[in-house]
Design a protein around this ligand. Structure first.
Ligand code: GFB
Length: 398
């Protein structure tokens, strides 16, 4: 472009002025666009604290909350993951997108991270004097939700500087938006114009995840960081098919399994036993399989897929020595992550040629769902339940 020729000083000043106006206009337009970007959703928002259990529990709840938000047609605010570190008395909050991408979720429903919500929207639509906590009934022998009482409740909301000024009990409404026009009932009782934000003390979802929400797992896509670590690890395995196994055997698990006989559908057990125990009741072998059960099942699966290696994920005892010995004749090598990372463990398990999991564990359930949505095969330790035990249960039920 040719430089303009100025006849007078005034002409040059006018030109400079018009450039300045042009720059200011462009800037103000950009400000407008970014304000529009963070414009509030007229259908409202759902916030919650994933305050129950560890990753597997929180992931079950997350899928339920996503289904619930879709049902109510409110934007879901993606909470950070709550984690517990040895030696720390308060939970730490890990941003949602540390482990998962946000964009794939947006294909299913409107979502944004909690940091984004608090930074850009909360000052206008959820100012401090309007922060009401939602719960089913009063908690901790008090009159209100006491949403910040205890760990991780307090640390979770403190991460965002949130204090509540009141409580709202939503009883008798439920989270099951797949039946009984529950979505309409919520929106009638809490219209978004009056209640732009529903902030729940715990996840608005059931545990284990409802059957209707299991398929939503396909929108959970690992972040680049987790995906890369997973790919690097899988590339380091011997060439050929591999079997992924989950051994849940820490002391907390041993204790939990002691109650299995009295809890026919403990934790995630509906994933194999059925939501109404159609496929039997939980047994100790299902919860805490013996070495014998593990080796027998593993050998059978290795043969059927022609595996060259196995990958072991565990919270405690990976049994690598025992398994290496047991699989020596089959020339199958045993592998694990050098530095344990639960999310990478899960991502590797999801990619195995076959996965054997613990039916009762919600950690296993995550890997199983991730595989189901891709059509990959999985099975469980100690399952199917022997026919005799199932028959006995069916008889007792009559
Ligand atoms: O995920 P999660 O709710 O599954 O809790 P369960 C178990 C936690 O143990 C995981 C670690 O979040 C991980 O931090 N963990 C379990 C593992 N398996 C592995 C593994 O293979 N690799 C790695 N790296 N870490 C239930 C709890 O656990 O256990 C219940 O959810 C209760 O609230 C019960 O505490 C005793 O369903 O297996």
């Amino acid at each position: 472009m040719a430089a303009p020729a100025f006849k007078t000083m005034a002409g040059m000043k006018d030109f400079a002025k018009s450039i300045l106006i042009f720059i200011l206009l462009t800037l103000s337009l950009r400000v407008c666009v970014s304000t529009t970007d963070s414009e509030a959703d007229p259908s409202g928002y759902i916030l919650y604290c994933p305050c129950m259990g560890r990753f597997g529990n929180q992931a079950d709840h997350f899928l339920g909350a996503l289904g619930f938000a879709k049902g109510l047609n409110r934007t879901l605010v993606l909470p950070p993951w709550v984690e517990y570190k040895p030696g720390l008395t308060r939970s730490i909050q890990v941003p949602f997108d540390t482990y998962f991408k946000v964009e794939p979720l947006a294909k299913f429903h409107r979502v944004l991270t909690m940091h984004e919500f608090m930074d850009k929207l909360a000052p206008a639509i959820w100012p401090p004097e309007k922060r009401i906590a939602f719960c089913y009934v009063p908690r901790y022998n008090s009159e209100g939700c006491n949403a910040k009482e205890g760990n991780p409740f307090g640390p979770f909301w403190d991460t965002f500087g949130v204090d509540f000024v009141g409580s709202e009990f939503y009883r008798p409404l439920s989270y099951d938006v797949h039946y009984q026009n529950m979505d309409e009932q919520w929106n009638e009782k809490y219209p978004p114009e009056e209640w732009p934000v529903l902030a729940f003390t715990g996840a608005p979802a059931s545990f284990p995840v409802q059957m209707d929400n299991r398929g939503l797992h396909k929108y959970l896509v690992w972040s680049e960081n987790i995906a890369k670590k997973t790919q690097d690890f899988i590339s380091s395995l011997p060439r050929g098919p591999f079997v992924g196994i989950h051994l849940r055997n820490g002391i907390d698990w041993e204790r939990a399994c002691e109650h299995v006989e009295h809890s026919p559908n403990l934790f995630a057990a509906p994933q194999c036993l059925g939501y109404r125990n159609e496929h039997g009741v939980a047994t100790l072998e299902l919860c805490l399989p013996s070495e014998n059960v593990i080796v027998k099942k593993l050998k059978r699966v290795i043969k059927s897929v022609g595996a060259k290696s196995i990958f072991v994920a565990s919270d405690n005892n990976h049994m690598t020595g025992k398994l290496t010995q047991a699989l020596q004749k089959m020339k199958v090598s045993v592998h694990r992550l050098e530095v344990p990372e639960p999310h990478v463990d899960l991502a590797v398990l999801a990619k195995a040629n076959h996965f054997i999991g613990n039916c009762v564990s919600s950690f296993s359930a995550f890997a199983k769902r991730a595989r189901d949505v891709m059509g990959f095969p999985s099975s469980f330790w100690g399952f199917p339940i022997e026919k005799e035990k199932k028959k006995r249960h069916d008889r007792d039920e009559l």
